[in-house]
Design a protein around this ligand. Sequence first.
Ligand SMILES: C[S@@+](CC[C@H](N)C(=O)[O-])C[C@H]1O[C@@H](n2cnc3c(N)ncnc32)[C@H](O)[C@@H]1O
Length: 286
Amino acid sequence: MGDILTFFVDHLGALADPVVLVFGGLLAAAGFMGSSYLTKNRMADQEERMRLLEAQSTTVAPADEPPFEFVYEVIRAKEFYNAIAGSYDQRNSSELLATHRAVISCLTPALDDNPADILDLGGGTGQLIAHRFFDKPLVTWNYVDFSPMMAERFQDNFSQTALKCRIHVNDVSGYLDQAVGASVDFAVLSMLLSSLPRDPDWTSLYHVLRAGGKLVVADADPAYTAIHPYYAISVDEQRHALRPRSVSPAQVTHDAGIAGFRHISTDTVRKANLNYTFIIQFQKPQ
Ligand SMILES: C[S@@+](CC[C@H](N)C(=O)[O-])C[C@H]1O[C@@H](n2cnc3c(N)ncnc32)[C@H](O)[C@@H]1O
């Protein structure tokens, strides 16, 4: 998830001053000036050069722009996550880390050495959220992810820690169907909804939480997804790109409300001048 980088390409021909830009793994060689173009009047030459460059400005996209070697629609998200599991944690921008910090802060009672049962749907490698609880023996981490490769990473990461874990390699909907009667203190959906073809059944989710339990939903803001329609990760120099679903925080708030959840707060993390992610907290009434 990178920013747009604008630079200029000169098509004048013979090359005197190559400008090489390296950005997010993308190597772009651009902007060449013809030596035959240089005149005795260097000032006039520079002005002409700037004028031509401006006239030919091109917006070049970073690593999340096509072409990609592999493109996946959300219906094939499992293949995507299996392919990129080993590289998942290499892409963490400061804004993504800020999003995870905001999610973790919604779970602070569990951080404060209180017993807690946490349901982590689409838990990934565990490096960004579960990691914060690895030294908490009073916490039980109910991990659900349909990617065996992600679950393997998670297992490697938590195995030497104090955290009690239950690992379910399952689709979120399949898990919720069979989890009736569970009574967790927190349910977390961090960067999951945009990988699903549709939202999970909020009513099923409502029933796996105990009364007073909290639901935390974080995902890419639709404004960001509209401008960055691919989520791309390089593996062995090949780029795998998932085309995430656009998720509206207003719709999530509405639908979770219909299921019975009480809205507590919505926060936003911004990147440059865009809303990057949203973090919504809900509570199941007592
Ligand atoms: C973008 S990652 C987020 C990982 C972690 N929650 C985080 O915030 O960094 C999405 C995770 O959800 C999992 N996932 C996607 N669709 C799923 C589904 N239908 N059922 C279960 N897990 C799913 C993927 O395998 C992946 O590990």
